[in-house]
Ligand binder design. Sequence first.
Ligand SMILES: Nc1nc2c(c(=O)[nH]1)N[C@H]1C(S)=C(S)[C@@H](COP(=O)(O)OP(=O)(O)OC[C@H]3O[C@@H](n4cnc5c(=O)[nH]c(N)nc54)[C@H](O)[C@@H]3O)O[C@H]1N2
Ligand SMILES: Nc1nc2c(c(=O)[nH]1)N[C@H]1C(S)=C(S)[C@@H](COP(=O)(O)OP(=O)(O)OC[C@H]3O[C@@H](n4cnc5c(=O)[nH]c(N)nc54)[C@H](O)[C@@H]3O)O[C@H]1N2
Ligand code: SF4
Ligand SMILES: [Mo]
Length: 673
Amino acid sequence: MSRTLYTVCPHNCPDTCGLQVNVSKGKVVAVTGQKDHPVTKGFICEKVRHYPEKVHSYERIRKPLKRVGDKGKNEFIEISWDEALYEISTKLKETHERYGGRSILPYSYSGTIGVIQNASMDRRFFNRLNTSIIDRTICSAAGNAAFTYTMGDQVGLDPEDTKDSAYIIIWGTNTILTNIHQWMYIEEARKKGAKLVVIDIERTETAQKADWFIQLLPGTDAALALGLIHVLMDEGLIDEAFIEEQTIGIDELTYRAKEYTPEYVEQVTGIPAAHIRKLAREYGSSKASFIRIGNGQQHHIGGGMSTRAILYLPALTGAWQYPGGGAIYFNLLQGKVDRTELEQPDLRTEKAMVVNMNLLGEALLEKADPIRLLFVYNSNPASVTPDQTAILKGLGREDLVTIVHEQTMTETAKYADYVLPATTAMEHTDLYKSYWHRYWQVGRPVISPIGEALSNTELFRRLARACGFTETCFKDTDEELMRQAVSSKPSEWKNDLFSGRVMKWDPEDREREEVEPWVKGTYSTPSGKIEFYSDKMKEVGLDPLPHYATVKPKKDHLWLITSPHRRGLNSQFLYQFYPEKEKPFAIIHPDISKRYQLTEGDWIVLYNNKGEIKVKVKIDQKVFPSAIIVRGIWPFKAFQGKNMNSLTSSQLSDFGGGATFFTTFVQLRKVDN
Ligand SMILES: Nc1nc2c(c(=O)[nH]1)N[C@H]1C(S)=C(S)[C@@H](COP(=O)(O)OP(=O)(O)OC[C@H]3O[C@@H](n4cnc5c(=O)[nH]c(N)nc54)[C@H](O)[C@@H]3O)O[C@H]1N2
Ligand SMILES: Nc1nc2c(c(=O)[nH]1)N[C@H]1C(S)=C(S)[C@@H](COP(=O)(O)OP(=O)(O)OC[C@H]3O[C@@H](n4cnc5c(=O)[nH]c(N)nc54)[C@H](O)[C@@H]3O)O[C@H]1N2
Ligand code: SF4
Ligand SMILES: [Mo]
């Protein structure tokens, strides 16, 4: 007999699904979608249906481990938690005393995006130690900055409204893979007659299902958006009243957009001018038009400007005013978490040194003011961060103390001095809030921790005690932390939430104007309006208007696009369940296979000034001829002791300090097996 329990998917995925978990004899035996969750509706992705194997995998770390072999060699002995806490707290205190808090770098990101396990007790702990902090730029920093400059915040539609959208553009996202429930709303809208356009460099699973697939050259989205703006203006397809009331800078924008004629944009993007005109006309003549802005167009050097230019489209047509009209990128504004109480920034008494997380390799190799202790949790930087060779070199430093809190022996954990066992969402408590839909939910453990695993909050509570921190905030329980995260919300709403209900924020529209600023037309930009022209950008030395900046591969160089894999979730899952069947491969266009005399199944080496990697070839028309696609962030055993992030660019985006994984260029040569 199994019991049916409920919790929430913790992964960095917009859908934040409610999960139905069957538990028998203390083990998770099946995971499916929660049927009465208004967005999940009983359906989840294939990855998480594999949770029983993931949670109970023999690969789970069960006890604290201490390194006995060389760094990176995966040689450890088991120690007790008492020993681990004593030794680690001693190292933290010693490092702090000798070199100052700035020599300690905590590195965490999105292993779980649950509110308290992602950021609460850990932040308090590191604030108290005055450590350095990371700038959290690896995912959407450039796009977020574009939203802030343009609309004042990360605003967006309620995805439930997109079932009423009349014209839909999926722009640089592979929605069927990366946001499956958005796809379900789009299907509903299409049944009611909506047209779907997909703009991508690859004819992806999502593109194949579109009414119209528009393929463009990588990194040219800003030019396309400006071309559409040009046509919308030229043909009077803009909403003058909305622009007058809710925006500033239309004259400057008009002047800028003049340069982007469809003929010029054709040369840049490879999209025929007639198609650019047609797209603008269709988009502009539909009121409730919706753009799902993806991260693919953003993970480029021009990612800030391209996101900003795309975001102008619903402001020009006034689409925001209509149910199902507008855009969604990362919906971060809705139902804010009370962060100050959770993270206690006042515990910090010194200004923190900030390290851009995309430049971790550089930071670890910095000699002048070195990082002496690295504390990794909730992330796998050796695998997911660009400039992998530098990171591995940094992690190999004999004088660096590395502590990793993890569920399994990741590429990062192999380099640790101490590896501490971490619980999964099945074993700990958390409060969940999506960055796409508007529902909140509490997840409580459905099984006991595997081995001696501890949650993030419990680890930092215990470390605080071991360090002798006496502030009462280090004693807060998970229940207290969750309540602090929503302290400003009404009690009846909270009572329902903590009793286990799936709760929408906000059913009574208490925050509507703030979450949907177009309702009243007041934005949190300096002018209070949508800023087509931004003085703030000018002040910091940026172009106050959007533009397209050329990035072209040199002769014989090809774009390398390492987009997400269906069976992976960033560095998790891939290779775990089908290690024999599942191998990475490089998808190339027939033009490239001809040029290099390659046939399907041949081996090639991809190389650039950062390194080289051997990979098997697949030939497919669906790729842009000048791009190679290798999907997924693979464990190193799938290649030769590294993965594609040993080739990806560590240059930062035009603004926001963002990652530019997809503006990577490689050359290729054929090799024997
Ligand atoms: N080449 C390339 N690289 C990329 C990307 C790409 O498209 N291409 N995408 C980038 C993007 S968008 C992102 S967001 C980043 C994501 O990078 P990460 O945030 O590092 O992503 P994950 O691999 O999901 O999670 C990291 C680790 O967290 C651990 N973990 C899970 N839950 C917990 C927990 O409760 N406690 C602790 N202590 N650990 C836990 C998991 O076991 C996993 O090893 O990767 C980036 N890297
Ligand atoms: N299955 C699965 N789901 C995931 C993840 C995963 O690893 N696996 N990761 C999660 C995370 S952290 C994130 S941030 C999201 C990301 O999910 P999305 O927002 O979908 O972004 P990406 O998948 O990075 O890229 C989407 C598409 O952009 C295309 N692309 C690349 N360059 C360009 C370009 O220059 N222009 C245009 N128009 N398109 C381009 C790629 O071909 C790809 O199809 O997905 C989340 N969901
Ligand atoms: S990974 Fe995404 S789609 Fe899959 S169960 Fe989790 S939230 Fe849902
Ligand atoms: Mo991400």
